[in-house]
Ligand binder design. Structure first.
Ligand code: BJW
Length: 296
């Protein structure tokens, strides 16, 4: 059964179909029904750590082992996960619509795996599958690194097979290290991936941490795409709390160019920081259910 009120569906689709410049701003809620946790609210804790505390250069320099365990776990989970109907619906819309641009804060690789056209997908916060050197003076960068685990020390622990009644399958079952009751080793530099170029820097995930600049090329592409036209007709704000900048500011820049705003979110309270206005839409519920319905 439809979760979207008919009147909203009709007015939204009329707007979408007549729009010639459309932005989709994506956040972690898009991948929630693929089984990947969001950052804030339920699921935002990894072991005893707030996920956003681990996404900082300070955390990496203080405890690179822990931060790598967090990211290695997320690389593994993202590789196991599958794109959901929302990823596919967006990819299909991007294929059929000129003047369409997706700005994704997600690093999980699920939009690319749903065959979202690459030229219409800008990854604001990098990718779990990019890896770069953490040494300031070394510019080593690698994309599409899907090695899992990236080094042996980051392999997930498995069930202890000491109980003779344990079957082999059970003994090899990976343990969920996001659960603090599962113990994990302390890892130091010697266990972690090293830069193959400078030979001494630690590799780090190629994602954007708090206090770091977003990729220059990505921001440049978006700025010139937005400058191409005086008007933006519509911005869809999907599965994001829209609290992290500069990503959240795209809602305001689109509005300043005349855009109407359509929010798709589980939580009615997660409106864009600038609030809702007359003529905006709020589609409350699971993006994986709503997007295929409204983007038809
Ligand atoms: C569902 C659902 C379902 C659930 N269906 N919906 C201006 C004002 C104030 C502060 C700043 C500012 N400008 C910059 C800052 C500082 C900072 C910032 O924004 N802080 C705020 C927290 C206040 N910004 C930065 O530091 C940025 N850098 C920067 O500004 O650099 C300046 C600079 C310039 C030049 C040189 C040097 C520096 C960088 C921000 C990087 C953010 N990085 C992270 C980690 C990425 C790597 C990783 O994945 O680990 O990005 S943090 C984290 O938050 C991640 C996400 O992409 C991002 C946004 O989160 P998202 O996606 O919105 O997730 P949630 O969990 O918040 O929300 C999920 C939503 O889904 C909820 O609403 C749910 O209800 C909903 N939902 N299930 C539909 N099934």
């Amino acid at each position: 059964a439809s979760v979207v009120p008919q009147a909203d569906l009709e007015s939204f689709q009329a707007c979408l179909n007549s729009s010639t410049r459309v932005i989709a701003l994506l956040g972690a809620g898009l991948s929630a029904s693929s089984g990947l946790p969001t950052f804030r609210g339920a699921g935002g804790l990894w072991r005893t750590h707030d996920a956003t505390d681990l996404a900082t250069p300070q955390a990496f320099s203080q405890n690179p082992g822990l931060v790598w365990q967090f990211y290695s776990y997320r690389r593994h989970m993202a590789l196991q996960a599958k794109p959901n109907p929302a990823h596919y619906a967006l990819a299909e819309l991007a294929r059929r619509k000129d003047g369409f641009m997706t700005l994704s804060q997600n690093v999980d690789g699920l939009s690319p795996r749903a065959n979202h056209p690459e030229d219409k997908l800008k990854l604001l916060h990098g990718s779990l599958f990019n890896v770069k050197c953490s040494d300031f003076f070394c510019n080593y960068f690698e994309s599409n690194n899907y090695t899992d685990p990236i080094v042996p020390a980051l392999a997930l622990p498995t069930q202890n097979g000491s109980d003779p009644t344990t079957t082999e399958a059970l003994a090899n079952r990976e343990l969920d290290i996001s659960d603090e009751r599962v113990s994990i080793p302390e890892l130091d530099h010697s266990h972690l991936p090293k830069c193959p170029r400078c030979q001494h820097g630690l590799l780090r995930p190629g994602v954007v941490w708090f206090g770091e600049a977003l990729p220059k090329q990505v921001i440049g592409d978006i700025t010139s795409w937005m400058a191409d036209s005086e008007k933006i007709d519509l911005i869809m704000v999907i599965g994001t709390s829209a609290k992290v900048y500069p990503a959240a500011a795209y809602v305001d820049s689109a509005r300043a160019k005349g855009a109407r705003v359509a929010v798709v979110n589980m939580d009615r309270n997660d409106e864009p920081a600038s609030g809702m206005r007359d003529g905006d839409w709020f589609f409350q519920g699971d993006a994986a259910q709503i997007l295929p319905e409204i983007l038809k």
